[in-house]
Design a protein around this ligand. Sequence first.
Ligand SMILES: Nc1ncnc2c1ncn2[C@@H]1O[C@H](COP(=O)(O)OP(=O)(O)OP(=O)(O)O)[C@@H](O)[C@H]1O
Ligand SMILES: [Mg+2]
Length: 276
Amino acid sequence: MTAHTYAYEDPILTLNGVSITLNNEQILRDINAQVLNVTRPNMSQGQVVGFYGRSGIGKSVLCRIMAGLIAPGTGTVEVGLAQQPVTPGMVGFVQQRYPLFDHRTLHDNLLVAAQRKHAPADARQHVDAYLERFGLAPHRRKYPALLSGGQRQRAAIAQQLLCSDHLILLDEPFSGLDVAMIDEVKRIIVEVTTMDELNTVIIVSHDIVTTTALADRLWLLGYEHDAAGALVPGATISPQHQYNLAEMGLAWHENVEAEPEFAQFVEHIKNEIRGS
Ligand SMILES: Nc1ncnc2c1ncn2[C@@H]1O[C@H](COP(=O)(O)OP(=O)(O)OP(=O)(O)O)[C@@H](O)[C@H]1O
Ligand SMILES: [Mg+2]
């Protein structure tokens, strides 16, 4: 087990008292959580948050709130060093099913995204660079229907990186991928988060081992019980379910999956999820 030297600076994402009720059902309750810019000597170290919770508990709903696509009933989401209230387009969001425009080629799909942030000539250059980096250049003229699941996945990640600032949400990025493709998406995530100090990726996943290995912070969305032992409606991320993997000496290890402390921690997390 190796602990790396690191420090924390300004907040990049702040969730303040976020609650939401949908169809008269309280889904999320009073969520308070923050991602700080983590720095390491002589490198650009972005942030990776693993975000877990039982199926149907509200992870995708919270993603939509963090992306500014739906407003919480109460509470605020602030993003970036300026800590501005989130609005649509500020945060990249690769949804559980990654939508691309079916009537545009892969290249043109990415160009539409890039032009939201860059001038036309720059946009083309960025698209070419991302097509190369994500191994998609040979498929640039294909329409989305002709792409494999993994290719669509990488295209959707590239698309969000091209048009958003530093924060990107990946909802279930590993589901439906083969082992080689999972390794590839893992590499892309590491690359994205070491490309720029401020780049921050939040990964929603049921693949606890893969995601924990990439993360420096974990959030676990679950229910709490009141003093009488009754379940409190609305899921939340309680302080004891916000884990700092850097502090635990489990962040940024090349082959952390092989370490006994990692295996023990993953077991602990799985038990917490089962009990939540
Ligand atoms: N627009 C909506 N209107 C009403 N209820 C909704 C809406 N969207 C989601 N829900 C409900 O909110 C709850 C949380 O859904 P959500 O999709 O966030 O779960 P999840 O944690 O992402 O689950 P999974 O791991 O299966 O993807 C579910 O009970 C769902 O039915
Ligand atoms: Mg979901």
